[in-house]
Design a protein around this ligand. Structure first.
Ligand SMILES: *Cc1c(COP(=O)(O)O)cnc(C)c1O
Length: 355
């Protein structure tokens, strides 16, 4: 793709991260399988860098507006970010953050590595007050699975003023719906596993930062802790990302339609949908047993954890012991895929009415 800053995100998703256009060059990057390289300039060893990762990092970094680093999983990326906290430092995080990130903070807290300070991300004044004396603030907006939305511009600018390192997990939004670095975040985290890769066939993570100092620290963390992606996984993720804009457009349109209809459904007590994105949560009138029955009755929707695939899936989040008690037992999280919306509705409606 020619260097052209005016190209829209859709064009950049398709065109970046490709080999130079010389006669006979392939259209896309190969899967570079090499643990070592001929000594001299350029790559030296397969734990330091890899050209397949670099192609993916170029596309994701460009879209978020920083430099990206891929990791072996979203959690490897989360863990690398938390290492930015000094020994015994305070981490401000929402009550309903992704439960893997929350559990890792709790585990680090047990050994005194960090001190968690949990907040309600919708109470902006309380979040800003909690930043006083803190070292790092962790944000998700919307949160998983309660879909609470934070005032990111206000919180991120307060964090910057107080020199608190800010990290935004942008997995639910992707850079097409939110670009936290532009709002002042220091680091963006992705579970590439979800919408970015998009086909439920790869586990991968990434970090993006516009600070050279943070990039060097995080790169060094990846190299020394060794949480590197496999070249196959990076290639699959980049291939998936080429159609992110198309998948997300359809998923979001489907989610909006379903959220509207679910709001009037007799089996549904409450719909949580922030008005954007492809995740919708519903709380059932019939409680936990009704939610479990829906998981077992759907035929088209996949009853499974994870999200962001082309296929629609759903899950009662409280089936995981790590999920906080404040998440209702009867809450089902729906990850809306790209199927025909009428087929999705019929299947869900039938499952909701069957008991
Ligand atoms: C899945 C997920 C993660 C963890 O990513 P993995 O790729 O499963 O390690 C982190 N944050 C959010 C919001 C997620 O949904």
């Amino acid at each position: 793709m020619p260097e052209e800053p005016s190209y829209a995100p859709a064009t950049r998703l398709v065109g970046l991260g490709r080999p130079a256009r010389t006669p006979g060059a392939p259209a896309g990057p190969g899967i570079e399988l090499s643990s070592t390289y001929v000594a001299g300039d350029g790559p030296a060893y397969g734990r330091f860098t890899n050209r397949t990762w670099e192609a993916l990092e170029q596309v994701l970094g460009d879209l978020e507006g920083g430099a990206a680093l891929t990791f072996s999983s979203g959690m490897a990326a989360v863990s690398a970010c938390l290492e930015l906290t000094p020994q015994g430092g305070t981490v401000v995080l929402p009550e309903h953050v992704y439960n893997g990130s929350s559990s890792l903070v709790d585990q680090l807290a047990q050994s005194g590595r960090v001190v968690p300070r949990r907040i309600d991300p919708t109470d902006t004044a309380a979040v800003i007050a909690a930043l006083e004396g803190a070292d790092l603030v962790w944000l998700e907006s919307p949160t998983n699975p309660m879909l609470e939305v934070a005032d990111l511009p206000a919180i991120l600018s307060a964090a910057r003023e107080l020199s608190v390192v800010s990290v935004v997990d942008n997995t639910f939004n992707t850079p097409l719906l939110a670009r936290p670095l532009q709002l002042g975040a220091d680091v963006v985290v992705h579970s590439v596993t979800k919408f970015l890769a998009g086909h439920s066939d790869v586990v991968l993570g990434a970090l993006v930062t516009s600070s050279g100092t943070l990039h060097d620290r995080l790169h060094s963390h990846r190299t020394l802790h060794g949480a590197i992606p496999g070249p196959h996984e990076a290639w699959l993720a980049l291939r998936g990302m080429r159609t992110l804009h198309l998948r997300l457009e359809r998923s979001c349109a489907n989610a909006e339609r379903l959220a509207e209809r679910l709001a009037g459904h007799p089996a549904v007590a409450q719909v949580r949908y922030p008005g954007f994105g492809a995740i919708v949560c519903i709380e059932l009138v019939g409680g936990r047993s009704a939610a479990e029955a829906v998981e077992q009755t759907v035929r088209l929707w996949l009853p499974a954890t994870s999200l962001g695939g082309v296929e629609s899936s759903l899950e009662r989040r409280r089936r995981h012991a790590a999920e906080p008690q404040s998440v209702p037992e009867e809450l089902l999280r729906l990850s809306v895929g790209v199927e025909d919306v009428e087929d999705l509705w019929r299947d869900l409606d039938a499952a909701l009415r069957s008991h």
